[in-house]
Design a protein around this ligand. Sequence first.
Ligand SMILES: C[S@@+](CC[C@H](N)C(=O)[O-])C[C@H]1O[C@@H](n2cnc3c(N)ncnc32)[C@H](O)[C@@H]1O
Length: 397
Amino acid sequence: MSSVAFDEASRVLASVRDVVAERPGGADPPAWCERRGWTPFLAALSPDEVQRAELDGLAAHVASFPGAPADLVDLARAVVALTTLPTVDAMATADVDPRRASPRKRSQVAAFAALVGRVGVSPSRVVDLGSGHGHLTRHLAGALGVEAEGWERDAARVAVAAALARDGGARFVTLDARDAAGALRSTDLVVGLHACGALGDLAVRAAGAAGAAVAVVGCCLQKREGDREPLVVPSGMTAAELTLGRSVLGLGNARDGDDGVEEDLATRTTARVHRMALRAALLAHGMEIGAGEEMRGVNRRRASGSLDALVASACALRGVAPPTVAAIAEAGRWAAETYEGVRRWSLPRTMVARLVEVWVALDRAAWLSSAGYASEVVRAFDASLSPRNVAVLGRPM
Ligand SMILES: C[S@@+](CC[C@H](N)C(=O)[O-])C[C@H]1O[C@@H](n2cnc3c(N)ncnc32)[C@H](O)[C@@H]1O
């Protein structure tokens, strides 16, 4: 991977730290919007322009919107340039075992096999970290004709994977990858499909420590304990400039569902209004909720269902009795009114969401390069299969 792309992405990310750090949450524009002089432009966008920017991303339209600030247009260009990744030709899905696998998962698995071809090694074993139901593990065992193991910490998923592999081909172990990194060998290929949270970093570092090849597609970067510190700091920058908190890492899911099933705009809008209402209801109920933490532990799909049920489940998780129906309705009214401003102020922040996700992958690839690997960041498959589609590939040299 060229260190120029990583250095440039790091510089652009650091330049928008204020934008990613402050999430628009009220009728008033965030401080970064005011400071950068973007408020009048965003406030003057017509409802049609707002909708087009929400559907296609602000970067696709900002240059053609009247009165667009020059620095916002420049930022859009930089984000597009840095997040447009090389693609890898996908393979047919016909030979991916359909048992318990959705058509989307089968296509992702088939595309992953093409990624492995691009890594260009002949491993003696495949180790799939966070193997879930083992679709990728079993497929690679057959496609590469090698021993394959799935290391997965969730015992119920391991049981399903083992049952599906009863006729041989792959082996599954209940194991937290954090405890098993030392068991990797230099002749392994370490893979991870939707290796969530810190697992993507772990996979890259564990492979690097063993000298093994690696191919990892990450997801849900915010599902981790604590902030994410950079693996590599470009010269002239500090680790603090590139340390990202969970609410920033969660931005990667700003436009789409966390396992790749993209919802339509109306559903996403309902979910956002309900999240704002949830936060308002919990705060008014005297609860302390950190920025972006209102949905912690709650399945994100619940946000597009009933607001009463959403508030009830968030309270139950925290062991608190829910607010009254009237208080929840009041929070709902406030959120619906306030969202009209929030959706405008959110456009620049959502625009840099993909940069956060791609930058994390570039950071992983830069770390591999520093460990003597040939590394690259590619788009693993089309966003319609899953928008969490950024792959880090590494081959020891
Ligand atoms: C989003 S799922 C993906 C599952 C599978 N790779 C797939 O694509 O269908 C992520 C999986 O990683 C597992 N996982 C997360 N952190 C882990 C760790 N430290 N060690 C082992 N498994 C982990 C989770 O339990 C979950 O099954």
